[in-house]
Design a binder for this molecule. Sequence first.
Ligand code: PLP
Length: 390
Amino acid sequence: MKRVHLDHNATTPMRPEALEALLEALDAGLGNASSVHDSGRRARAAIDDARERISAALAVHEDEIVFTSGGTESNNLAIFGATDAGPAGMGIATSTIEHAAVLEPVEVLEARGRRVTRVPCDPSGHLTPQTIAAATQASTESPYLVTIMAANNELGSTTDLPALADALGRARSSSRPGVILHTDAVQLLGKRPAQGLLDWVDLATLSAHKVGGPVGVGLLLRRVGTPLSAQLHGGAQEAEVRPGTENVASICAAARAIELAVQETDDFGARTRVLVEELWKELSCALPNVHLNGPPLSDGTRLPNTLNVSVPDAGDARMLVTRLDLAGVEVSAGSACASGSLAPSHVLQALGHDLQRARSAVRMSVGRTTTQEEISTAVDRLRITLGKAS
Ligand code: PLP
């Protein structure tokens, strides 16, 4: 049985070009990039080249790129690093629909006494710049770290970063002192335009494995001059904010994947939008009681590849995910698995739907390699799994 992977927001297969760059770098006998001898200098040159390519692809300065081990680490570095380096008493404003890699660092800081404001999303999962700005203006004297995701991994809703930057006075040309704006843009890259992010925000998180690069490489983009304290100690790498011997081969592969993802963003959008529309059409025909969660498909700002649906007849989404896995279809549940709880994910709860709809939410995300045939196969298998074969 040919399996159908409809979970590209979790991770997407490596691009052949990135794999080639990885193998080439692994085979090149590169040393430690901090060493002064030949193999060390070649490793340094490989990292410099990767940094240059990423800087050109993302329209940021080379000095604004910090390599990390992934999106989770970049979010942690941004949140702990900015609050440690910021003025005393800095509060945090965030949203109710962030990824755990933002939610949990913020909870840790809250437990240590930081003031936290959580901004709700609208019924389709969008975060409104005015609501976010109002949350930080409630106490105008206070400094704030604002951490707001650029695109939601479960729903595909996005945030208007230029409008948010304007509302917070964070555009490059007009910085409001006292506010640092961080965005988790892990799901934005490759799906919607992500160039020039630092024109709008001070810090931005990206992850290579979401765009066909290897797992284990992330980026924190940091606008020049943004205060940030290292969270690891023991070396001077990455401008002293992220010490540790660099993962050279993976960084080379990440650069290749990011370059291609940026070049292909428009094509990716056009292709995956059609596949998602087809998926929704086939699902609605096969399952009359299916609901769409998050932004409508007509919303031009949504991630083109992401579809979140509830199938209340199917019961708990995690059971459905397991049954679909047995049928050869890979999707993900909108439900949190924490401590065996049956609670729906915080994102589905934030939408305010009834419990049954929230519990039965399943995310399907298509990718570069998804075909029309796979969409039909997935819907057939879902129909059979739910006992609705005609
Ligand atoms: N942020 C978002 C929105 C994500 O979707 C993910 C991964 O699913 C992460 C952060 C974590 O990235 P990584 O897997 O590179 O640690």
